[in-house]
Design a protein around this ligand. Structure first.
Ligand code: BEZ
Length: 214
């Protein structure tokens, strides 16, 4: 193993459990101050560039499901390094071409100050663009989940909603969420971190028998 190179120091970006950095910025819906969203869930996400195919597909898909986020008391906020003028022109094109109105704010970040704070800026190969980062921020302003996708793959809106449901159900029931869980399915008891604590628990199954009511 002599030829193993020392690894780079750990990237000191934001992590789950950190308070989401506050910011104020111009957006397609007027000024946005993240502090104003306290008390709500927020999905704050970046995309590489306006007018690009995958990003357009994401915005069309998100706009169509915005009511589903609102139903979960969750606001959507998008961001890229493009200017407000560019954002407005792009959303107009989306409306004209796809018949979809994007009603959630799309923040401009031409100086990349927000993207830098959130670790949304790509590596040296694409150092002027944000990657597809998604931050799930709870009503206390705490980051509860983070995802990063490459520029060439769009995110799954059903998975965003499922993760939101999972975070909310886990909080409401003080429970754990098993693989492939969907809203309404049983949750795991919060009995311990050892597999035997769960599968040898008094009710034999280790699962909640009641459906998650959330
Ligand atoms: C897109 O959204 O289609 C895209 C953006 C940046 C790089 C590659 C694809």
């Amino acid at each position: 193993m002599d030829d193993v190179q020392p690894v780079e120091p750990f990237h000191t970006g934001l992590r789950i459990g950190d308070v989401a950095p506050s910011f104020t910025a111009r957006s397609t819906c007027g000024p946005v101050d993240l502090q104003d969203y306290r008390g709500k869930w927020v999905v704050f996400f970046s995309h590489p560039a306006d007018f690009t195919p995958v990003c357009t597909s994401e915005f069309v898909a998100l706009a169509k499901r915005e009511a589903d986020f609102a139903q979960r008391d969750c606001a959507l906020i998008g961001l890229s390094v493009d200017s407000l003028m560019s954002h407005l022109a792009w959303l107009r094109l989306i409306r004209d071409r796809f018949g979809v109105e994007v009603r959630f704010p799309l923040v401009e970040d031409p100086t990349m100050v927000i993207g830098e704070a959130y670790g949304m800026i790509g590596n040296e190969d694409s150092d002027s663009a944000t990657v597809r980062s998604t931050y799930f921020i709870d009503p206390d302003g705490v980051i509860r989940a983070i995802s990063t996708y490459p520029a060439n793959v769009g995110r799954s809106i059903p998975e965003m909603l499922r993760l939101l449901d999972a975070l909310q159900a886990a909080d409401a029931r003080d429970a754990l969420v098993p693989a492939d869980w969907q809203k309404g399915q049983p949750l795991l008891k919060q009995v311990g971190t050892d597999i035997d604590d769960v599968f040898q628990s008094p009710d034999a199954s280790g699962w909640f028998t009641a459906e998650d009511p959330a």
